[in-house]
Design a protein around this ligand. Structure first.
Ligand code: GAL
Length: 385
């Protein structure tokens, strides 16, 4: 009997692996509550985000996930089941609401006893929590290291190799628990890039993994994170993506050109596009950035190849991303304080001067450059094959 069960379980494994790849064939798109609402997020905010994703056209553009970050958790009941706090009176009803709009819903936890916001984590309740998420109808889990760091350090003081082993095991444990529910649930690792997570993230079922510490709504934070992704392209692909953190577009502390840089760079990086602003209060400018069809197509290109840096000279960086139809997306970035002219390094890109060009953010200028790139700005081009 036991043997039959084992054989069946082994036979089912490739299907499980396929299902995991399928949920992340292209980088995740949607919204997450953290960057704007932080610990104040409520059921009402999440419903409003779902309403706004549909009304704004974001759903039709591909933004599908509505993800609740930290601060939804209450205490556990007598049987150890996680119970949401009073801001989330009925999680199943909320998930049903989000699903009724044709969207998917995500939730957040930690392998530690507490999350980073000091809410209840999944430590020693992994299977129970995974079952509960599946029962509620969750489609996505962000699993954030937080207090598990202390558990690791206490168990193996000074022994980093052992600590990292424990960290891998903690993620694998939740991966198995999610698989056992039978529900396809996108598994988003968040441990800020420790131990070069891009090298082992896929082996613990990660559909994406944060490569860095938290983003803030400033050019300094966003650009430091974004441009530091150079060299990571080979680790991403369909089913498993590098995640340089959620978008800050529309949160108000960066200038227009800086948000264009943010969106363009994230698209070239094939990064998850998880909006982090208040979708119910979006300006026309914010919508025009988040909804630009070309930039989304670059991010979501079915070839699934992350782009990378082609050159960096002083404040000027050129990045490119190959697309499935043979076109190449090219970003000319100016990280400096003065507007400067930049040209396409055709030879380095393996392109010829006869290639047709589509200028993503300035569709009336489809010439061959050079282009004046503003302070902290970008010229994003699709160079036709
Ligand atoms: C951080 C994480 C953020 C957010 C926050 C919630 O560790 O990087 O994205 O989830 O915890 O407390």
């Amino acid at each position: 009997m036991r043997k039959t069960f084992l054989t069946l379980a082994l036979l089912a494994l490739p299907f499980a692996a396929n299902a995991q790849t399928k949920v992340a064939a292209t980088p995740a798109m949607g919204w997450n509550s953290w960057n704007h609402f932080a610990t104040h997020v409520t059921d009402k905010d999440v419903r409003a985000a779902a309403d706004a994703i549909v009304a704004s056209g974001m759903k039709d553009a591909g933004y599908i996930y509505v993800n609740i970050d930290d601060a939804w958790q209450g205490k556990r009941d007598a049987s150890g089941n996680i119970v949401p706090n009073s801001k989330f009176p009925d999680m199943k009803a909320l998930a049903d609401y989000v699903h009724s709009k044709g969207l998917k819903i995500g939730i957040y936890s930690s392998p530690g006893p507490q999350t980073c916001g000091r809410y209840e984590g999944s430590y020693q309740h992994e299977e129970q929590d995974a079952k509960m998420y599946a029962q509620w109808g969750m489609d996505y889990l962000k699993y954030d290291l937080c207090s598990y760091g202390q558990i690791m350090r206490k168990a193996a003081p000074g022994d980093q190799a052992k600590q990292y082993e424990m960290m891998h095991a903690a993620y694998e444990k939740m991966h198995k628990a999610l698989l056992a529910t039978g529900r396809p649930i996108f598994f988003s690792l968040c441990q800020y890039g420790f131990d070069s997570v891009w090298k082992w993230g896929p082996t613990v079922g990660g559909n994406s993994w944060r490569t860095t510490d938290d983003i803030e709504d400033s050019y300094m934070s966003m650009s430091n994170i974004g441009f530091a992704q150079a060299g990571l392209s080979k680790y991403a692909g369909p089913g498993h993506w590098n995640d340089p953190d959620m978008l800050e577009v529309g949160n108000g502390k960066m200038k227009y050109n800086e948000y264009l840089t943010h969106m363009s760079l994230w698209a070239i990086l094939a990064a998850p596009l998880l909006a982090g602003n208040d979708l119910s209060q979006m300006s026309a400018e914010t919508k025009s950035i988040l909804l630009n069809k070309d930039v989304i197509a670059i991010d979501q290109d079915p070839l699934g190849k992350q782009g990378d840096r082609v050159s960096a000279e002083g404040p000027f960086e050129v990045w490119s991303k190959p697309l499935k139809n043979g076109d190449v997306a090219v970003g000319l970035f100016n990280r400096g304080h003065d507007a400067e002219q930049m040209s396409l390094p055709l030879q380095k890109l393996g392109l010829t001067s006869s290639s047709k060009i589509h200028n993503v953010w300035n569709t009336s200028d489809n010439g061959h450059g050079p282009w004046m790139v503003p302070e902290h700005g970008v010229v994003l081009l699709i160079v036709k094959k």
